[in-house]
Design a protein around this ligand. Structure first.
Ligand code: NDP
Length: 347
């Protein structure tokens, strides 16, 4: 029998949060999700199984002090997922850092005021662990991103300062609740709502020829349904503590394209020319300066280098097992076709 107290999920309209809401409802929890528009704007949430009886949507904004007071009232558990996930913004301080950082502080202040909250599960990111592969290193939860700034990978910077502020809050204010952070790598998979998420968009961009060739790039991937489970296991496991790096496997762009081809998605403009060798990498580094600022910087920092990381803590302590990424990729593409993000004109 589940507690009758709602679990609060901030940014319920988001790609990851919507899956957390769905999974919580499926497991019999009551859910209070925060959104930025009126609840009727989110039929994909209101139509989830169990939503009519157990989902409540309330409005809140990361930039408005006290905005989460009502949302966390009477909740034992709060999942803080709301934060802007965008690359190539105009004003990194205003568009990314302010909502990520002040939003985290505002939310934690609301939890402190409420006196009910037992645990906050914070959606952080690999971005708070590092923004740069290191050939000599396997990254773990002990690592912190010390390289990003407003000028270099500002999204990574926003996630780092927000997570640091959350731990700092716990250290200084010693609240009655504890904090657990989930640090996912690139999250892909089917979307419950109509928006195209930044991480699925990378797959779409590969499909429609935004990347003209195969580059020496690799990404760690994790299925959105596993990220949702990670949050719920972090809530349900009393002994959960600290940070959890959440990534299933790393895939080179060459293998990603091959997997997409082998899944039958041949009609799209998947890159054919393989420039993942040394000369191609030099060429791509030079061409990266023709890309939007943050995309160019990302390519220069990551190309030719493999990110290695250890996901054993989340498998061991939260008993999380991962959906194979080949399945997530296929389902993400089929889902983008379904929502109209990948149309026949782009084939
Ligand atoms: P989405 O863009 O789908 O979701 C972001 C959510 O944050 C939305 O609900 C959005 O609301 C909300 N939000 C943004 N700005 C504000 C604001 N000022 N006030 C209130 N809510 C706001 O992204 P994801 O689901 O992918 O990301 C969710 C979290 O997971 C983020 O913290 C992100 O950094 C993190 N993450 C994502 C990864 C990925 O690969 N997708 C990887 C690692 C971490 P609205 O719908 O109104 O815009």
């Amino acid at each position: 029998m589940k507690s009758n107290k709602p679990v609060c999920v901030t940014g319920a309209s988001g790609f990851i949060a919507a899956h957390i809401v769905r999974e919580l409802l499926e497991r019999g929890y009551r859910v209070r999700g925060t959104v930025r528009k009126s609840p009727q704007s989110y039929p994909f949430l209101l139509g989830l199984p169990g939503a009519a009886e157990r989902l409540e949507l309330v409005e809140a904004d990361l930039l408005a002090a006290g905005s989460y007071d009502q949302a966390v009232e009477g909740c034992d558990y709060v999942m803080h997922t709301a934060s802007p996930y965008k690359i190539n913004v105009e004003n990194p301080q205003v568009d990314l850092v302010d909502p990520a950082l002040h939003g985290t502080e505002t939310l934690l202040e609301s939890c402190l005021k409420s006196g009910d909250v037992k645990r906050v599960i914070f959606t952080s990111s690999i971005a708070a662990i590092t923004d740069e592969p290191d050939s000599k290193k396997v990254f773990t939860e002990k690592d912190w991103n010390i390289m990003s700034s407003l000028d270099r990978n500002p999204y990574h910077y926003s996630k780092t300062v927000a997570e640091l502020a959350a731990w700092d809050f716990i250290m200084k204010k010693r609240p009655a609740f504890d904090l657990v952070a989930i640090n996912p790598f690139m999250v892909i998979g089917p979307s419950l709502g109509p928006s195209l998420n930044t991480s699925n968009q990378i797959i779409r961009d590969i499909m429609i020829g935004v990347y003209p060739c195969i580059m020496d790039l690799n990404w760690g991937f994790v299925d959105v349904r596993d990220v949702a489970k990670a949050h719920i296991f972090a809530m349900e496991t009393d002994t959960a503590s600290g940070r959890y790096l959440c990534s299933a496997e790393s895939i080179h762009m060459r293998d990603l394209v091959a997997q997409l081809k082998s899944s039958g998605f041949r009609g799209y403009a998947l890159p054919k020319i393989d420039l993942s060798g040394k000369i191609g990498t030099l060429l791509m580094k030079a061409l990266s300066f023709t890309q939007p600022k943050d995309t160019g910087a990302y390519i220069r920092i990551n190309i030719g280098r493999t990110m290695r990381y250890d996901n054993s803590k989340i498998r061991r302590e939260l008993a999380l097992s991962f959906i194979p990424i080949k399945k997530s990729l296929t389902e993400a593409v089929n889902d983008m076709v379904k929502w109209g993000h990948l149309t026949s004109q782009q084939r």
